[in-house]
Design a protein around this ligand. Structure first.
Ligand SMILES: N[C@@H](CCC(=O)N[C@@H](CS)C(=O)NCC(=O)O)C(=O)O
Length: 203
């Protein structure tokens, strides 16, 4: 039985959708993304950064993209990722790493400006740069998708689940670009949203 350190609205929800799609049993362990609240000690022992998701199974690992690849490879019969010798394997890995490195980084600039600038006067500037970076990086993914049904082409994959999770962090209240600026992203996010696994997790 897997244990998933979890908080509403966080990247752990994408991993929960993936566990549901695969159909393996798991327990959620309540954690937090509130900077003023303590993380469970076991979570911190695994991931001293204090971030979620953290997944505990045969191994304990963190980093959402790594957990995604790990689970897809462990359960190949779920067919949520191309096999290592399939043509779209490179695109699958590239997209997940881009999500993690570039789109999540853009969100962090806007949500956690204190991590990127020492002085409080600089925070609003960093947040603004995050908004511009969100627009730049989502546009690149929107162009990459083009007319494809799913990110990788005709076949649904864990990268589509990851995309959906990231779109839930786009907030008008923070002056983020609206998803309608990225129609190909929006089209895929809407399809993922209506899958039973996503409905169960995001209710
Ligand atoms: N690179 C990490 C980032 C994870 C991350 O930023 N998690 C956020 C929630 S979505 C978090 O735990 N925030 C609380 C904090 O940074 O202390 C990943 O992709 O797993």
């Amino acid at each position: 039985m897997y244990k998933l350190y979890y908080a509403d609205g966080s990247a752990s929800m994408g991993i929960q959708v993936l566990l549901e799609e695969i159909g393996v049993p798991y327990n959620l362990v309540q954690s937090t993304i509130d900077m003023n609240k303590a993380r469970p000690p076991e979570q911190l022992a695994i991931n001293p950064n204090g971030w979620i998701p953290v997944l505990v199974g045969d191994e304990a690992i963190y980093e959402a993209a790594a957990i995604t690849i790990y689970l897809c490879d462990k359960y190949p019969s779920a067919e949520l990722a191309p096999k290592t010798n399939e043509a779209t394997r490179g695109l699958f890995l590239q997209t997940l790493v881009y999500f993690s490195n570039s789109i999540q980084n853009a969100f962090q600039l806007n949500y956690y400006p204190d991590r990127f600038a020492e002085t409080e006067e600089s925070h609003s500037n960093v947040m603004l740069r995050g908004i511009r970076r969100l627009r730049e990086t989502w546009k690149i993914i929107d162009n990459q998708i083009g007319d494809n049904h799913w990110i990788l082409g005709d076949k649904f994959s864990a990268a589509d689940i990851y995309l959906f999770m990231l779109t839930t962090w786009l907030k008008d209240s923070r002056d983020h670009p609206s998803i309608i600026e990225f129609p190909n992203v929006e089209r895929i996010a809407n399809k993922v949203k209506h899958r039973p696994a996503t409905q169960k997790v995001y209710k």
